[in-house]
Design a protein around this ligand. Structure first.
Ligand code: XMP
Ligand code: MG
Length: 179
């Protein structure tokens, strides 16, 4: 385990198993359709790449970058689009892929935006969800794991840009971000 972590919350094996289950459900639900799979950069990259490979059927890749967090570990409550999707979403079946739903602020803005642009359907897949922190309700179609209110890193998730390459998810020690 990395020295800055308090504990490992989800091992590589646990993540792999759950991602496979989500991929199977998505494959079944989207049978006969092409999925426009939208990755929310950067945190969702690892989950996105693993999830995409468990889905059978046509998938298009696209990427979007939004910010509601700086180097801080709490939400600013504001969302800004830094990089938009390349695809026109009109009449497409969009699957948004997120790393974690925390307050719900980011997704409560993105879901209506993509619907306004004319997507045929917009669904949401997230690896993690922290229900205790929710400020805005967001409909999560595919949820990997519900986790307690702790700041987690690894498997794409960062603190100040670090720890994204850890293959598992761990709880960051408080003294790492309090100093
Ligand atoms: P909201 O609050 O809009 O935020 O649902 C979602 C985004 O907040 C970030 N986030 C975290 N990032 N460890 C992280 O590395 C966490 O524990 C954590 N909680 C929230 C993340 O970028 C997510 O997309
Ligand atoms: Mg994120």
């Amino acid at each position: 385990m990395h020295k800055d972590l308090k504990e490992v919350l989800l091992t590589e094996e646990q993540i792999r198993g759950r991602v496979c289950e989500l991929g199977k459900a998505i494959t079944k639900d989207y049978a006969g359709k092409t999925i426009l799979m939208c990755c929310i950069l950067k945190g969702a990259v690892t989950f996105y790449a693993d999830l995409a490979r468990t889905i059978r059927g046509p998938v298009l890749f696209d990427f979007m970058s939004c910010s509601s967090y700086g180097a801080s570990s709490t939400s600013s409550g504001q969302v800004h689009i830094r990089k938009d999707l390349d695809n026109d979403v009109r009449n497409k079946d969009v699957l948004i892929v997120e790393d974690i739903i925390d307050t719900g602020v980011t997704l409560s803005m993105l879901l209506p935006l993509l619907k306004e642009r004319g997507a045929r359907s917009v669904k949401l897949a997230t690896l993690l969800s922290k229900p205790a922190r929710r400020q805005v309700e967001v409909p999560v179609d595919y949820n990997g794991f519900e986790i307690p209110d702790a700041f987690v890193v690894g498997y794409g998730l960062d603190y100040a840009g670090q720890y994204r390459n850890l293959p598992y998810i761990g709880v960051l020690r408080e003294d790492v971000y309090e100093k």
